[in-house]
Design a protein around this ligand. Sequence first.
Ligand code: PEP
Ligand code: MG
Length: 571
Amino acid sequence: MPRVLYGKGVIAGVAIGQIMIVGQALDEYLEDYSKGSAEEEKAKVEPAVALVTEAIEKSVADLNAQGMEEQAAIMEAHAMLVQDPMFIEAMLSKAEEMGNAPAAVLEAAKETAALFEMMDDDYMRERAADIRDIGKRVAKAILGVKDPELGDKKVILCGHEIEPSVIANIPTESIAGVILGQGSTTCHAVIIAKARAIPTVVGLGDGIDKIPDDAYTAIDGEAGEIIINPADDVLAGLEEKIRIQKEQEVRYASLKDLPAVTKDGVSVHLAANIGLPEDAKAAAAYGNEGVGLFRSEFVFMGREDIPNEEDQFKYYKEAIEACNGKLCVIRTMDIGGDKPLAYLEIPHEDNPFLGFRAVRISLQRKDLFLPQLKAILRAGVYGKAAIMVPMVINAAEIKQIKAMVAEAMAELDSEGKEYSKDVQVGIMIETPAAAVMTPLLAKYVDFFSIGTNDLVQYTLAVDRVNHNVSYLYNHFNPAVLHLINTTIKAANDNGIWAGMCGEMASDPYAAVILTAMGIDELSMSAPSIPKVKEKIRSINISDAKKYLAEILAMDDGDEIREYLHRVIDEK
Ligand code: PEP
Ligand code: MG
């Protein structure tokens, strides 16, 4: 019987293979283990460490030989950790104390990992998994447990947490996909999977235990879908998707360093939308030109308290640096709506999307907004930064925002902290009120970035997260298109730049029309960049302008979509 589970898709692509549950517990082996005297047990530790070191060094050499430097570096760090004198000492004294070498090694690794888990830094916390991984490898060496033979099977690795060494030591061609119970994207298993472009779904929690070992399974690393025992027709569809995906990968890779420019020379900046700084680093693989939307609310989420100026500064600096001199647009926190934040204790609202949200919170909570502005201004020293404010509806809000920016600068001056005076200040155009008023609002800001996810919902009165009305949610709806056209024209007429960071920017057919309207920048999740770039590079602006004139005279969003697909594909 087919069964479908959902997690969070973190590395796009469709994969089909047999589930291989990894990270198996060693309990059974430990139960059967016949231990010797305390001295004998202690004596088993160092030879096992030597065996593991040798195996790690071999994989470092293999990975380097295959040009996988990033993974080789991770394994090199493991080699250093396993030989760390303090760690070895901890294993030896535990072995003596417990009189059971494998159990002692696991315990020593657990205790050392706990120290890492207490650290403030996310990256260091993730290293706890590396220590546990190493401890387990040493224990397995003592117990004589071998890793399963893969033969020529294509597997989907599946586990609550997968040890980096497991992925690093399986040849890329044998891993079809990865499914993880934990939800982190900074664990090394995900970093390695990303470097190898292995479709990956994370965040299943205990749902991972429902996936049977060996089950024939398909995963969609974009949608976060896991189909166990897919039916034949579903499988045929997925196989066709994989074939197309392979062809596309080759084409897309060749586009990475090319500009997004039409055949007749009109260029558009293609930037990445990110949630955390590491996304900016990962975006480089897709040839992004900076970041058009850093959703800073993610810095505020998943924690118990408000991040202070210093905490935020570190995140913004990291993202700005990852942009290598290209613009990094940091959106001030967009809390509320579908992104509530428990510790802000906002009272219940019947219509949260129309309520106390985004800039409305920022302007009333100076204690939150000023530290954020100061952190962005300070981080701006490390590259090129912009402040972008969400959900603006009128000029009065912009004036207040600018006054706050000036206040943040004055505070930084009096504190003697270094900051950038060249940080641009722009607004998101995601309310119909702002879009209609762009010819006037343009005078107050450095740029507009159109947030179609909200602009569509507010223009059409269609809740963006309500499936019952999703058939009405269409970014080609003429009312939306006219607002977008007004916005881009207002920017062009007033000498400021216009971008788009809503999902519409990742629709290649929309990109053609937006280019014709005169948009300067399109920002999207990085994996969408190649497909948009390919489309822009395939068109002439004169044709695109003809399509634009046609659709601006049409009155039905579905017809506009069909028309664009037809005429653009025919070309
Ligand atoms: C948007 O509304 O288009 C946007 C980019 O912001 P968010 O999706 O975070 O609301
Ligand atoms: Mg929005």
